[in-house]
Design a protein around this ligand. Structure first.
Ligand code: CA
Length: 225
């Protein structure tokens, strides 16, 4: 699900856009001032940001300049003003597009689709791994169960990635230990069992699914249900 951040101080407008975007199937967060919006943009990745120019405190152009220091997320500026200067300043500051209030929601939705399409076209080829409802993105190092993003530790992530890359192939404990932990060893494989338990607690139990299967005396395999 694509995530959109709305930074807009007029609560009614922000709420209206939020409802429309959610209806279209986007996941939406909103911030009512520039500083809060910037903090949200820094805290988690968004696929697109709708940014009002006239904001109290930190204005939209300043927010945009700061976002551009760490992210190339598509940004569409919203503004009540329609002057050439604003438009040029906005685009020079790194905005992808610009829409003047009042706008028809259909026009905003169309521009959002265009900006997201450009972003997807520019993105490196997808290497998303899937098994049942679980999706793993090795590049962004994200794991999702349906629309829920999961928090995994580095080792949990690496173990899950390796099992998903080898879906339907039984992986011996020794192989997992060597490939995920880098041990070339004989003996203790308990650590693998422990981490499998951690993974199950995070990716299976909350969603009532069975993904990682134990092959007694051998190891583990992820199977698509
Ligand atoms: Ca405003």
């Amino acid at each position: 699900m694509e995530r959109i951040l709305i930074i807009e101080d007029e609560e009614k407008i922000a709420r209206f856009i939020e409802l429309e975007l959610e209806f279209e199937g986007y996941e939406v967060e909103k911030a009512l001032d520039g500083r809060e919006g910037l903090a949200l943009a820094q805290a988690c990745p968004f696929d697109l940001i709708l940014l009002d120019i006239m904001l109290p405190g930190l204005n939209g152009i300043e927010v945009l300049r700061r976002i551009r220091l760490f992210s190339d997320v598509p940004v569409i500026l919203l503004t009540a003003r329609d002057t050439v200067v604003d438009k040029v300043t906005g685009l020079d500051s790194g905005a992808d597009d610009y829409i003047t209030k009042p706008f028809a929601i259909e026009e905003l939705l169309a521009r959002i689709r265009v900006a997201l399409r450009k972003k997807r076209a520019a993105a490196p080829p997808s290497t998303i791994l899937e098994a049942g409802i679980i999706r793993l993105d090795p590049v962004r190092r994200e794991v999702w169960a349906g629309e829920h993003q999961l928090e995994l530790t580095k080792k949990e992530f690496d173990l899950l990635q390796f099992l998903m890359e080898n879906k339907n192939i039984v992986m011996k404990r020794e192989v997992l230990l060597e490939r995920v932990w880098g041990y070339d060893f004989e003996g203790e494989t308990n650590v693998v069992d422990v981490y499998i338990r951690y993974l199950r607690a995070k990716i299976e139990e909350p969603f009532d699914i069975k993904l990682i299967h134990t092959v007694r005396g051998v190891g583990y395999v992820i199977k698509d249900e």
